[in-house]
Design a protein around this ligand. Structure first.
Ligand SMILES: [Cu+2]
Length: 410
């Protein structure tokens, strides 16, 4: 696969039927039936991944992309997964969360020899339970995961009606340290990452989630980054219905609008899309919704711009003092090194959105066709339903106990 846009759901043409998922900016791996075995082929190899237009990163992944393709199967399937290693060093594949024989668990040295460059190994097991899982190497893990080697596994229930959803999205979260002007992640970074990605894409490069009004929507989120991500959806409440441990009984579910996805875990939420509109969907750590530039900026809010400009001018005649009224960048053009995204970007129908990283939009519209995942464009707000500006009289709103603000001294 060499495309970075969400591929249409891959309906099965052999084996038991299931309702396929769609992978944000990704695809599902085709399979073939061989007797009663379902066979897949993963190829571990170096890849180039575009994070968003204007930035390409040299990663390692599977079958031409990072993250690798989603593997879909059905509860009870016997699967045979070939893994060919085209990396310059050995690797393995671990099947995170799946109940399989110990010798198929993919922990290099512990449960199998490492797969040497140029060699192919086979994993064979039964998909014992349905749910959402992940795959990644257990071989030089720090480097291989920091280089983007990971993917998702969705095992569908054999009963088509069990917890059925109308739209089913999946993605994995990963983070990178790619310094401005460079093309390769720093693999020994432990804490100070600067690219916060969903399926190795950052806003505005992440696909929207187009949804038909009234659909029951499922979103499956894996976290193979090195920190937790509180994932928030606007305009709705949802329930977490599944983890990488299995389905959560209905009696144990509760309503949320944000759910934390811990490191090395999967959270799946189901939401009834009953509120039409363009709804922000993002990580709630605000520094995870920005891109690489500007992490070392001083906070200059409230500093006099004139004095600052004078002081900066003495030291650096071409310098630019910025940030004294906040850091909204909508009207600012800053030169950036090659292969570097602006810290915050994206444009909506009302102006700059000023987001980056882990941010996209769930677009809920009336009458989308069943398998139509094309971007429906900006929401047509019904007249009189958008926040608006008024001519306000000069007012002195109360600040505290009867003290009008015009009397406040700072
Ligand atoms: Cu986050």
């Amino acid at each position: 696969m060499d495309k970075v846009v969400m591929q249409p759901p891959l309906h099965p043409i052999s084996g038991p039927d299931y309702r396929p998922v769609v992978t944000l900016n990704g695809w599902s791996l085709p399979f073939r039936m061989n007797g009663d075995w379902k066979e897949f082929h993963l190829v571990a190899e170096p890849v180039v991944r575009e994070f968003a237009e204007g930035m390409k990163v040299n990663l390692w992944g599977y079958n031409g992309q990072s993250p690798g393709p989603t593997i879909e199967a059905v509860e009870g399937d016997k699967v045979r997964i070939f893994v060919t290693n085209k990396l310059p060093e050995y690797t393995t594949v671990h099947w995170h969360g799946m109940i399989i024989p110990s010798g198929m668990d993919g922990v290099g040295g512990l449960t199998q020899p490492h797969i040497q460059p140029g060699r192919t190994f086979v994993y064979e097991f039964e998909m014992k339970k349905s749910g959402t899982f992940m795959y990644h190497p257990h071989s030089d893990e720090m480097v291989q995961m920091a280089m983007g080697m990971m993917g998702m596994v969705v095992v569908h229930p054999r009963d088509l009606n069990f917890r059925a959803a109308d739209r089913d999205f999946v993605f994995v979260m990963s983070t990178y340290r790619v310094d401005p002007g460079t093309y390769l992640p720093k693999v020994n970074e432990m804490t100070d990452f600067n690219m916060w990605t969903w399926n190795a894409r950052v806003f505005p490069g992440i696909d929207p989630l187009p949804v038909r009004l009234g659909d029951k929507v499922r979103v499956r989120i894996g976290n193979l980054s090195m920190t937790n991500h509180p994932i928030h959806l606007h305009g709705h409440s949802f329930a977490v219905t599944c983890t990488d441990g299995g389905w959560i009984p209905e009696s144990a579910q509760y309503p949320e609008t944000t759910t934390d996805v811990p490191v090395g875990a999967v959270r799946v939420f189901d939401v009834l899309a009953d509120n039409p509109g363009d709804w922000a969907f993002h990580c709630h750590k605000s520094h995870h919704t920005m891109n690489a530039m500007g992490h070392d900026m001083r906070n200059l809010i409230g500093v006099s711009r004139k004095d600052l400009a004078k002081a900066v001018g003495k030291l650096a005649p071409d310098g630019m003092a910025m940030g004294s009224t906040g850091m909204a960048m909508g009207n600012m053009e800053m030169p950036a090194p090659d292969n570097t995204l602006p810290m915050m970007s994206g444009t909506g129908q009302f102006g700059p959105i000023e987001m980056g990283g882990m941010f996209t939009v769930m677009k809920i519209r009336e009458g989308l066709a069943r398998d139509d995942y094309r971007d429906p464009g900006p929401y047509q707000f019904p007249q009189g339903t958008v926040a608006y500006e008024v001519e306000a009289p000069d007012a002195a709103p109360l600040r505290e106990q009867g003290r009008p603000s015009h009397k406040m001294k700072m």
